[in-house]
Design a protein around this ligand. Structure first.
Ligand code: BES
Ligand code: MN
Ligand code: ZN
Length: 527
């Protein structure tokens, strides 16, 4: 898609040269200063064909005095970017199956367009035009739409231009995450995700990728991660991405994505109905790859590391059994009470691995619990963090990118449910507060740095007729990183040294136990 911006105000609006003109109006901002357009709007309202309300749209073919052959009047609730995006989406739905190759989007006089408006528009266009076709040759051919022009006032032109550019980079990332999510489990294997990471590093010079195989993962002592792979014929991968945008001395932000390419539940087998949707259980991994795709183009001045533990969760004669005890890279032992709580088992070792980067902050992204879907539905991602500064920054980025999260509790008390008679930790609590006990489980591996967890089980894909990946939360993550890069000395910094010392004993204890973890992992691999 080709995105342009152009300046047109007042009487110039009806003369905008395009195949279709979309015009966004709000209850308080309904005039354009163009006599032709204003009369059309007034007549349409008095004929009760149109109203200045969210969701209202009126298509007019060959309106007299308007240069574009197609005009769509659109109602928006208010001038905010979110309402603007909904109105534009509605307008695109009206014209996308028509012959219009070039759509121009204008707004009422006084409706200030910010960079966030332009970004939102680009993501709206992606939503309207994305078609999955990789394994569906019969999918509808791409429509006629080739070019979208945002019409703004002179005052807003610079912001719109910048927003369009950022929006396109984010849209590339969202599209990659969506596509990876949509790929069936027999296409999107751990090996495929590794190949995607390598492809990113070949294509973009600021991105580097390293893909570890089973032997290398064993060497690291990731006994918890490896226990999830025991039943699968597909080899696991541990992917390490780096985006170097600042001096090597700058502490990086680390993103950790759950990459279960198919989750059957393992021996704790899931029911059959809807199990196909567990191909989306690599949504966290997809969002990390998508964010790197966006960063590669946006080039913010910040260092970012991406970690993706990826494997399948399958039942078989060699699969991990309920009651098995595994040794994590941290040295903590885990009783696998339910093999379907596998996400936390692969993430905990990646979170331990993250310590070596002395990160400013670590954020994990995971389709972790059905309980989170029950709590929040598919509107907000669940955000869990004991760090108010980090949590606030993530919530703000979500609002700005229209990819929102909602903060959930993470009190230690919930951890009572994770006690085990046979290991340091059990991998499940009860049904109650299931999204929170999962987060508390992860927190046992994140004491060395600032950390937040995003449970995207509800937001990473849609079910039903619109079944498909959403590309979330690429928008939130990318915005968070852009904001951190722009924050300079106010950016989130690593935990102060003093806190490190306070944790010193525990950390030393962990290190001392790592050789044991390695041995256990090697033994498990041989068995
Ligand atoms: N990938 C699932 C979580 C999930 C389930 C996401 C449904 C979206 C929709 C995860 O691995 C899982 O199976 N979690 C279990 C945890 C339970 C066994 C404690 C769950 O949520 O049921
Ligand atoms: Mn599971
Ligand atoms: Zn899962």
């Amino acid at each position: 898609m080709d995105y342009r911006s152009t300046v047109a105000e007042g009487p110039a609006l009806s003369q905008v040269n395009a195949d279709a003109l979309l015009l966004v109006l709000t209850p308080d901002l309904a005039a354009t200063g163009d006599a032709v357009l204003d009369k059309l709007v007034k007549d349409a309202i008095s004929a009760e064909d149109f109203a200045l309300k969210a969701g209202k749209a009126l298509y007019i073919h060959r309106p007299a005095g308007v240069k574009a052959a197609r005009l769509v009047l659109l109602g928006a609730a208010d001038p905010k970017a979110k309402s603007y995006k909904s109105a534009v989406a509605k307008g695109l739905a009206q014209v996308k199956d028509l012959g219009a190759a070039h759509v121009a989007v204008a707004a009422a006089k006084g409706l200030t367009l910010s960079a966030d408006h332009a970004k939102a528009l680009v993501l709206g266009v992606l939503d309207a035009t994305y078609v999955y076709r990789h394994t569906k040759p019969s999918a509808p051919k791409p429509g006629a739409l080739k070019k979208v022009t945002v019409v703004s006032s002179q005052a807003d032109a610079a912001a719109v231009k910048a927003g369009l550019q950022q929006g396109q980079a984010v849209a590339e990332g969202v599209a990659l995450a969506r596509e990876l999510g949509n790929l069936p489990g027999n296409y999107c294997t751990p090996t495929h995700l590794g190949d995607e990471a390598k492809r990113l590093s070949r294509t973009f010079k600021h991105v580097k990728a390293e893909v570890l195989d089973r032997r290398a993962i064993e060497k690291l002592g990731m006994g918890s991660f490896l226990s999830v792979t025991n039943g699968s014929a597909q080899p696991p991968r541990f992917i390490i991405l780096r985006y170097d945008g600042a001096a090597a001395s700058q502490a990086p932000v680390v993103l950790v994505g759950k990459g279960i390419t198919f989750d059957t539940g393992g021996i704790s087998l899931k029911p059959g109905a809807g199990m196909d949707e567990m191909k989306f259980d690599m949504g966290g991994a997809a969002s990390v790859l998508g964010t790197f795709r966006a960063l590669a183009e946006l080039k913010p001045k910040l260092n970012v590391i991406g970690l993706i533990p990826t494997c399948e969760n399958m039942p078989s004669g060699t699969a991990t059994k309920p009651g098995d005890v595994v040794t994590s890279m941290s040295g903590q032992t885990i009783e696998v009470l339910n093999t379907d709580a596998e996400g936390r088992l692969i993430l905990c070792d990646a979170l331990t691995y993250a310590e070596r980067f002395k990160p400013a902050a670590v954020i994990d992204i995971a389709t972790l619990t059905g309980a989170c879907v029950i709590a929040l539905g598919n509107i907000h991602s669940g955000l869990f963090s004991a760090d108010d500064q980090l949590a606030d920054a993530l919530l703000a980025a979500g609002l700005q990118a229209q990819d929102t999260a909602w903060r959930m509790p993470i009190d230690d008390e919930y951890g009572e449910a994770l006690k085990s008679n046979f290991a340091d930790l059990g991998n499940v609590g009860g049904r109650e507060g299931g999204a929170i006990t999962a987060a508390v489980f992860l927190s046992k591996f994140t004491k060395a740095y600032r950390w937040a967890h995003l449970d995207i089980a509800g937001s990473a894909w849609k079910s039903g007729g619109a079944k498909g990946g959403t590309g979330r939360p690429v928008g939130l993550l990318t915005q968070f990183i852009l904001n951190q890069a722009a924050a300079g000395k106010d950016a989130i910094a690593p935990l102060p040294k003093k806190a490190d010392k306070a944790e010193g004993k525990a950390v030393a204890g962990k290190t001392a136990r790592r050789p044991a973890a390695k041995k256990a992992a090697a033994k498990a691999a041989k068995a």
